[in-house]
Design a protein around this ligand. Structure first.
Ligand SMILES: *Cc1c(COP(=O)(O)O)cnc(C)c1O
Length: 368
């Protein structure tokens, strides 16, 4: 069975991890700083703080920007539940909004209708790696003093109008979990230009301690530390950073291959009446996953058919306003609910063979 996604890892990653083993320093240390610098350079970003997951990147960023109990955050319902859990973890309130069915990105017109003085932040998700309308979002943010915090878990390497996601905007959070564009095993990063808040996030990621353990051991009074803010144990480890360093070196080949697969899919599916392909900016998107919309209520039928052919599929994601835990914040979202019935994720990963790609295409053609 072809999986929907799979990491591409090998001897290069093991080699980098071995270097960390040889130093005997597994936790937060020089490999993490090296990874942060490499990401900084790749993105053209000012501050990069590496943490242990994409979820904690979002949590720590919201916290450092002062989002707190009772604050409201506009977020599309159609996203991974992690986006919403970080809002409710801070006792803030998710205000669910619609997505554009052609891109699955935040619907700017619907979002405008939901702005009130209680809204403190907007969280756009760059769906499948395709950037949201950042000009409009940042304009809205500026006009209403609303923080734009990008959930860029899908979009590492993608650009918007020639600028890498993370190199502009208020604050951008990436994920390096096993299936994301590059992986650290598990990992994440907060990327932002504000130096003071970046320092606050650096303290918060390691229990609010003003200098991390590694730096402390460089000093003579190595036992001394000060806790200056609410913190968490969210830092990245050298082991995870080592994997990320090896992955970052391969990112351009990952991108090239995944773009080629997407182009092949699009070409094959373009004229099929029963499905819709998403409308991406092809030159600037690093494709994270590949999704289609199956029309005429046939999504379930197609899933079963592909399953029989050995093609794994998924539904990303179940709208969060329909989840039991988020019911208190639920509101009718007819477009999202319709799209949820249609979306189908197909296999897309670096190590797919020509035969794998062909199996996916031929199976879908056979279905119709
Ligand atoms: C993967 C993902 C996250 C969370 O990242 P983790 O590293 O898995 O914690 C958040 N939002 C979206 C949209 C994601 O796909």
């Amino acid at each position: 069975m072809l999986p929907v996604s799979r990491p591409s890892i090998g001897s290069e990653e093991l080699e980098e991890v071995k270097k960390v083993f040889d130093t005997g320093w597994l936790g937060l240390g020089s490999t993490v700083f090296e990874f942060e610098n490499a990401v900084k350079e790749y993105l053209g970003a000012k501050n990069v703080i590496a943490v242990n997951t994409g979820t904690t990147a979002l949590h720590i960023a919201f916290d450092a920007f002062g989002i707190t109990e009772g604050d409201e955050v506009i977020v599309p319902s159609l996203t991974f539940c992690a986006s919403i859990q970080v809002i409710t973890a801070l006792r803030a309130i998710p205000v669910f909004c619609e997505v554009d069915p052609d891109t699955l990105n935040i619907d700017i017109n619907d979002l405008r209708k939901r702005i009130t003085p209680r809204i403190k932040a907007i969280m756009p998700i760059h769906y499948c790696g395709n950037a949201c309308d950042m000009d409009s979002l940042l304009d809205i943010g500026k006009k209403h003093s609303i923080l734009i915090i990008e959930d860029a878990a899908h979009a590492f390497g993608s650009s918007y109008k020639g600028k890498k996601i993370g190199s502009f905007g208020d604050v951008t959070c990436f994920s390096f979990d096993p299936i994301k564009n590059i992986t650290c095993g598990e990992g994440g990063a907060v990327v932002l230009s504000d130096d003071d808040i970046a320092e606050e996030i650096r303290r918060k990621r390691i229990l609010g301690i003003d200098k991390d353990t590694w730096h402390r051991y460089q000093n003579k009074k190595s036992w001394f530390y000060e806790v200056t803010t609410q913190g968490y144990r969210y830092h990245m480890s050298n082991i995870n950073a080592a994997i990320g360093l090896a992955q970052l070196k391969k990112i351009s080949v990952f991108i090239e291959k995944k773009r080629k697969i997407v182009a092949t899919y699009n070409e094959a599916f373009r004229y099929l009446k029963g499905i819709k392909i998403l409308n991406w900016n092809r030159d600037e998107t690093v494709p994270f996953t590949y999704m289609i919309r199956v029309l005429d209520g046939r999504r379930g039928e197609m899933m079963d058919f592909l399953n029989e052919k050995g093609v794994g599929t998924g539904v990303h994601y179940i709208p969060n306003h329909l989840q039991p835990f988020f019911k208190p914040f639920s509101t009718p979202l007819p477009i999202t609910e319709q799209v949820y019935e249609e979306i189908l994720t197909l296999p897309l990963y670096y190590d797919m063979t020509e035969n794998d790609i062909d199996l996916v295409i031929q199976s879908i053609i056979a279905f119709f």
